[in-house]
Ligand binder design. Structure first.
Ligand SMILES: [Zn+2]
Ligand SMILES: [Zn+2]
Length: 406
């Protein structure tokens, strides 16, 4: 079949490939020779992608979109796709150039190559043997979409066992893609951005519940936010004069009386919304948006690919409950918070090839209006303490019979 330029990240001409520019006033080069700063990626062909979101009535209690989107059509075998994993089964090679149709209705979850990926995955013919140096500012890597074959709009309505299946197939697709990229580009450092966009205002162009991963192999490096998460563990070890110190592990161990290394009392018990055998669900201590939830694994883990099956199973449970708690909070939050039910879920993890000691975190952040000061800095003016947010969220889970009063 004839593949339009850029679809599934397949390019025949270098000049069409997405490229990145770094803000020259706020970019440095780190010890791996990769850039760290503000990144803008230009992917003009992506402007042609369709927008399938169905306008929902904001006054409705629950929104449900019709199961007629592109993902449902892939599942039924009506649309072409490059399927990397089907539940725990291996599918196509991550560099495959042969999309095909075929029903996957018998599987719970699949990972596919993103049709409108923001980086080049395969460079055909004359560009194929191009070295990383010759690519310069062009973006290369693998863009993935992970989805459930059943149609849901949100994580709140998806059954826990199906979410577990989604996390497992996602993990397998990550492992396969990372391995393939390291081999093809003979390179250890990769940047992985893994997230859910849920709802139109959160950037989802398709209602059908899905997560996405961008794995970059070029020297895109990362932004200042990641730099913070990657640098702080070393700072903590130094200030605590303890090579084994990890703040998140310390929270898991000494939950009643935890101060962070800069002396803040973290109010752990007041901020817990829910916990299970492997995860804490907190109202974030210093929320970026009202109602922000942060999930922390109890056992030290740096990367999504390193989470055990037990951690993934418990994560599915924690994610569903956290999303329900946020739904309920948004329903009763003061109107002047201007919180929308659309949200992003950000899996913050250590980059491939780094040895930072970072403890993986997952943030659930709603869409909310913000002001200039909040764009100028990693800064936020909030009106509710997370201790109160947690109380409201905990109570909502008790009212729904999802957790018991204790
Ligand atoms: Zn669907
Ligand atoms: Zn840790």
């Amino acid at each position: 079949m004839e593949i339009p330029e850029g679809h599934w990240g397949i390019y025949t001409d270098k000049k069409n490939m997405p490229l990145e520019r770094f803000d020259p006033f706020r970019t440095i080069i780190n010890e791996f020779g990769t850039k760290v700063g503000h990144i803008t990626q230009f992917s003009p062909l992506r402007g042609n992608r369709p927008f399938e979101h169905v306008k929902s009535d904001e006054s409705e209690e629950t929104i449900t979109s019709p199961p007629t989107d592109s993902f449902c059509k892939i599942v039924q075998g009506d649309f072409d796709a490059i399927i990397i994993t089907k539940q725990d089964e291996v599918g196509e090679n991550p560099f495959s150039t042969t999309p095909s149709k075929g029903s996957v209705k018998n599987y719970e979850s699949i990972s596919i190559v993103n049709l409108f990926t923001p980086m080049a995955r395969v460079l055909y013919e004359h560009t194929q043997k191009t070295s990383m140096e010759a690519l310069q500012d062009r973006s290369v890597g693998i863009g993935l979409v992970h989805l459930l074959t059943n149609h849901y709009d949100t994580l709140s309505e998806a059954p826990v066992n199906e979410v577990y299946s989604l996390l497992r197939t996602t993990q397998l697709a990550h492992k396969r893609s990372i391995e393939a990229l390291k081999e093809r580009y003979n390179k250890e450092q990769l940047t992985t951005l893994h997230f859910f966009n849920i709802g139109e205002e959160a950037g989802a162009s398709i209602c059908h519940l899905h997560s996405q991963t961008y794995i970059y192999a070029n020297n895109i490096g990362h932004g200042w936010t990641s730099l913070g998460f990657l640098s702080v563990p070393e700072f903590h070890k130094n200030i605590m004069k303890d090579e084994d110190y990890c703040l998140a592990c310390n929270i898991a161990k000494n939950r009643n009386d935890v101060k962070d290394p800069i002396g803040q009392e973290l109010l752990i018990e007041e901020r817990i919304i829910y916990e299970n055998g492997a995860w804490f669900v907190f109202a974030a201590f210093s929320p970026e948006r009202d109602g922000q939830i942060r999930l922390i694994p109890k056992k030290h883990t740096s990367k999504f690919t390193e989470l055990s099956n037990d951690q993934l199973e418990n994560l599915a449970d924690a994610l569903v409950k956290a999303n329900i708690a946020l739904d309920e909070f948004i329903k009763i939050a003061p109107p002047n918070m201007h919180l929308l039910k659309d949200r992003n879920i950000l899996i913050r993890q250590e980059n491939e090839g780094y040895n930072s000691g970072m403890h993986l975190l997952i943030d659930i952040i709603s869409i909310q209006r913000i002001g200039g000061a909040e764009i100028m800095e990693t800064y936020r003016i909030a009106t509710m303490f997370p201790e109160n947010t947690a109380k409201i969220m905990r109570q909502s889970l008790i009212d729904k019979g999802l957790i018991s009063e204790s």
